[in-house]
Write a new protein. Structure first.
Length: 235
């Protein structure tokens, strides 16, 4: 890989390498070399682990009231191939990948291979500059993703919003009580109400328990004045 190409990549990712050979290896796909040990596959393995640790810490600190299950779901989405490949696409780094002739038009270039490239880049930054440099790189890339999730959760996940409000301001956790259910087994409806510290809020019906709880949380948030009644509800 030419030096000017490596400099362009460094400018895009915002990190200058002491050892540019590492960066070149991160962009070397196994289809372009006879010995797979010379490709970025091992770097993908290392980078995947670093990425997971940094994302977990970011979520742990950003969502102090989320339970393990909620954090796990968000983490899985953030480190997914879809998200990682989209980031690489947005950075326009796929064009620098060194691949075999048969891979030039492969759809994997914008999917799994692109996602693997992000992991490899994280790895070589860590090897070249240390864990803090790798952490800074990941944080720069994913900060906006986490902020978007935060906004989406606040607007649509009424249970999460009610839990945050109750724990931060009232130091209590919401409880949901199933009041009634109607209909045959294959087509039931459920009535649920949210309870905060003994205070019962208006109940809500849903076609499943999850939907009923979301709507009950919405009713509680309206009563508490956290959101406006005109806000749209999502299942």
């Amino acid at each position: 890989m030419k030096k000017e190409t490596l400099l362009q990549i460094e400018q895009i990712i915002g990190y200058q390498f002491s050892n540019q050979e590492l960066l070149a290896k991160a962009f070397t796909h196994s289809s372009s070399v006879e010995n797979r040990a010379l490709s970025n596959e091992r770097l993908e393995f290392f980078g995947d682990a670093i990425l997971g640790v940094v994302i977990c810490q970011m979520l742990f600190e950003h969502f102090p009231n989320y339970l393990e299950g909620d954090l796990t779901k968000i983490k899985s989405m953030l480190v997914s191939r879809r998200t990682c490949s989209r980031i690489i696409k947005d950075l326009d780094l796929v064009k620098y990948l060194i691949v075999g002739k048969g891979m030039v038009s492969s759809r994997a270039l914008t999917g799994s291979i692109a996602a693997g490239l992000l992991e490899a880049i994280v790895a070589v930054i860590c090897i070249d500059g240390g864990f803090e440099e790798a952490r800074n790189f990941v944080q720069r890339l994913f900060a906006s993703q986490i902020a978007k999730i935060d906004a989406d959760e606040a607007q649509g996940n009424y249970k999460s919003l009610l839990q945050q409000h109750a724990q931060q301001l009232l130091n209590i956790t919401p409880v949901y009580e199933l009041l009634d259910e109607k209909g045959p087994d294959h087509d039931k409806c459920f009535e649920t109400q949210a309870i905060l510290g003994g205070r019962h809020f208006p109940s809500a019906w849903g076609t499943n328990k999850k939907q009923a709880e979301q709507r009950a949380a919405f009713n509680a948030l309206v009563k508490l004045g956290v959101i406006d009644k005109s806000s749209s509800q999502e299942d």
